[in-house]
Design a protein around this ligand. Structure first.
Ligand code: URA
Length: 223
């Protein structure tokens, strides 16, 4: 995995891209903010798969990600649902409320983490992401990871777990989510922790307890 760019490389690259403009109040947006803004523009203009047509037909928004640009903990879900596509924000419906409750249970503020998805656009009828859609969207996620530089990546749900573990060369460690949820894997200095998707806990209190127990692992990574 190509996660080697240090902040100096990123700053040099940002300068080449003309990134040092000032805001009207004289302050300068951080390099992370400017890079993430650039990714947002790329995604807004992306025409590489059929989800773009679906976005336009329904006047949906792409969901880039939300949170702290220097977060130590990055959560990666599967794809935006209806609420997310309407607002442009990840995990803003029922699953998002569960995610916030889980974060609260370990005293982590949502604004201190970063939340995104494998796919940036909503698939029709919330169907599973297709291979070509993942291929198109992964480079955006790769750039987000390079810029945010999380210490920990928590995958939400088996789909995100599969994609991220394969991406980080951990395919030999991949097992059913019922076997490896809450376990820590490490690659390139980043911890990967597969978690159940918060949606499983919307109507199932037992699953919420399992998720809460897994979230305890995150306590040692909070700032
Ligand atoms: N489910 C996801 O996987 N992502 C979202 O953003 C919302 C629900």
């Amino acid at each position: 995995m190509e996660n080697s760019k240090n902040l100096k490389d990123i700053k040099n690259c940002g300068k080449k891209l003309g990134f040092e403009e000032e805001r009207s109040d004289g302050s300068k947006p951080s390099f992370e903010e400017q890079f993430l803004k650039k990714i947002k523009e790329e995604i807004l203009n992306c025409q590489k798969c059929s989800l773009r047509k679906f976005r336009d037909e329904n006047k949906y928004l792409p969901v880039i990600g939300q949170g702290n640009h220097n977060a130590d903990i990055l959560f990666i879900g599967e794809a935006p649902g209806l609420n997310e596509a309407k607002t442009g924000f990840p995990f803003c419906g029922a699953s998002g409320r569960i995610l916030e409750e889980l974060l609260l249970s370990v005293e982590i503020k949502r604004e201190d983490v970063y939340v995104t998805n494998i796919l940036k656009d909503r698939p029709p009828n919330n169907r599973d992401p297709e291979a070509q859609e993942i291929e198109v969207c992964l480079p955006y996620l790769r750039k987000q990871i390079e810029i945010i530089k999380p210490k920990v990546i928590c995958t939400l749900g088996r789909y995100s777990m599969g994609v991220i573990m394969e991406y980080f060369g951990l395919i030999d460690k991949l097992e059913a989510i019922s076997k490896i949820h809450g376990k820590e894997f490490e690659k390139d200095g980043i911890k990967i922790i597969p978690l159940y998707h918060p949606a499983v806990a919307v109507y199932n209190g037992n699953m919420k307890e399992i998720l809460k127990a897994d979230f305890q692992t995150l306590k040692k990574y909070r700032k």
